[in-house]
Design a protein around this ligand. Structure first.
Ligand code: ADP
Ligand code: F6P
Length: 483
């Protein structure tokens, strides 16, 4: 295969500055964590935004940033403060994100944000054009860059372009609300292969293409003006072995060398028998259903006085898009709910919700996964949800229970989990009880089946399948033109 370049808005590393010196930190989010495990296998660059506003830094500082990223095989696309505001916070996260997650009431329809989206997509396309050699492959990721495939294809048909959407593609009736729906679809159709997490998202996309343009669709191929575009679903996996081995390692580490998080959790369990920890981990995002999760937990405590003092919800929320209004409001709502529950049911010795608003190092994340009895995952809409998969992979003794929303892409691969509708708080409260009371043998049966599935279709297999399909797309196109 020729070189393959990865392109995404967020790079696998974000930059932080201390005393004018930049350093790299791993980015949070499914795209970054997943692709970070595979990208070094490809010969090519990872093109993306390093997460800072370039006009707030000096030339010297930016040069230092570029040098650091170059060592990791990354090529930055710098965005100034206005672009961050109008493109990233604006059109990406205040227009497309809410619409594609069925939060139509949150959508901001400003034409100036759309202009910023076009301009920044053009910047990314230009960087690809200057990086990619004759006949290279390019893999563009996610909703921030939906115009890029067409921008590149129109100038360089020799480049084979794959596009993968990490969020849901909404049904036509929701997608059609957007004034710029035709342009977005045309942008995507510049790709040779378009991938989604699930068959439903693929179906919604094809239905929009058919209704808006009336193009011919033959099975999973779109035929337009002498081109064939393949459309398929590829449920993203995780680096299964990395989580499993890290969890295994914890128990081989002498107690004195274990982390503070681990020892604190262990102390909690040692306080008395019958203690349960429920885990909740997400970016602080309204699509993740955090308030309904808290209200369901409150209901559970209200109805089960015997469990008060013995069941704790460990809630980890990573700061995300905190300049966007709806995210700010969500943060206050979550803090208020946590305060209310802790005020109502807490005591000197018991804090019902242990709330952390921060990102955590990988090691601590695995400690939480491996020590909490239940993972409570209740998004109101989620493209995939890798946290659910990471939890399962970290259960080295095969115990543990996953409670997962039917609105998350991951549910298609988790038939053994307790599946809930996140809007039904009574059902979620009951599911918490069912999870805590599930016999060990039943937990082992369910977790083992899910582990086997996730181990087989890990992130490496996912990437390999996508790249194979991309090669097939090139072949199909070449044969079609030769006819
Ligand atoms: P999304 O892509 O919407 O953020 P996912 O659940 O698919 O949702 O992916 C989230 C990723 O971010 C996971 O790989 C998870 O390990 C990571 N992550 C989530 N919370 C934290 C945290 N507090 N600290 C570090 N990493 C986190
Ligand atoms: O996985 C979905 C996703 O939106 C990615 O595109 C994105 O990188 C991640 O979540 C985190 O969001 P952000 O890049 O806005 O911090």
């Amino acid at each position: 295969m020729k070189r393959l370049h990865i392109v995404s808005n967020r790079l696998p590393f974000s930059i932080s500055f201390e005393n004018d010196n930049p350093s790299l930190e791993p980015s949070v989010g499914g795209l970054a964590t997943g692709m970070n495990s595979v990208y070094k296998d490809f010969e090519g660059k990872w093109i993306g935004w390093p997460g800072i506003a370039s006009d707030t830094k000096s030339r010297k500082e930016l040069q230092a940033v570029d040098r650091l990223l170059k060592e990791e095989g990354c090529k930055p696309v710098h965005l100034c403060e206005q672009e961050v505001e109008d493109f990233y916070e604006g059109f990406c996260n205040n227009t497309i994100w809410p619409l594609f997650h069925y939060f139509a009431q949150y959508v901001d329809f400003h034409a100036s944000l759309w202009d910023a989206y076009i301009n920044v997509n053009r910047k990314f396309a230009d960087t690809i054009l200057e990086t990619a050699g004759q006949g290279d492959f390019v893999w563009v990721h996610d909703y921030q860059l939906m115009l890029v495939p067409q921008m590149v294809k129109s100038q360089r048909p020799d480049i084979t372009i794959g596009f993968f959407l990490h969020i849901p593609f909404p049904s036509y009736e929701v997608f059609r609300i957007l004034p710029w729906r035709d342009e977005l679809l045309r942008g995507l159709l510049g790709a040779d292969l378009i991938g989604f997490h699930t068959y439903d998202y693929q179906r919604h996309f094809l239905s929009s293409v058919r209704r808006i343009f009336g193009y011919e669709i033959v099975l999973n191929e779109v035929h337009i003006d002498g081109r064939i575009i393949l459309v398929d679903s590829f449920p993203m996996g995780i680096d299964y072995d990395k989580f499993y081995k890290a969890a295994l390692n914890i128990f081989h580490t002498p107690v004195k060398e274990r982390s503070e998080v681990h020892n604190e959790l262990e102390k909690y369990f040692l306080m008395s028998d019958g203690k349960h920890l429920i885990l909740s981990i997400d970016r602080l995002d309204y699509s993740k259903g955090i308030p309904n999760r808290l209200r369901a937990f409150e209901k559970f405590l209200e109805r089960n006085p015997d469990y008060r003092g013995n069941v704790t919800l460990v809630m980890l929320a990573v700061p995300s898009r905190d300049n966007v209004d709806h995210y700010k409001k969500l943060k206050s709502e979550v803090e208020e709910l946590v305060g209310r529950i802790n005020g109502l049911y807490g005591s000197i010795n018991y804090t019902p919700v242990l709330y952390f608003y921060r990102s955590m190092p990988f090691q601590n994340l695995v400690e939480l996964y491996s020590m909490c009895d239940v993972a409570l995952i209740t998004p109101v809409r989620d493209g995939m949800n890798l946290v659910a998969k990471e939890y399962v992979a970290s259960r080295i003794n095969q115990t543990g229970v996953v409670v997962v929303s039917e609105m998350a892409g991951v549910v298609k691969e988790m038939g053994e989990a307790i599946i809930i509708n996140p809007n039904d708080e009574d059902q979620v409260a009951e599911a918490i009880q069912q999870a805590i009371e599930m016999p060990h043998s039943e937990q082992v049966r369910r977790i083992s089946a899910m582990q086997e599935r996730l181990r087989r279709y890990d992130v490496f297999k996912w990437a390999k399948d996508f790249v194979n399909a991309l090669q097939k797309a090139r072949k199909v196109q070449t044969e079609f033109l030769a006819k």
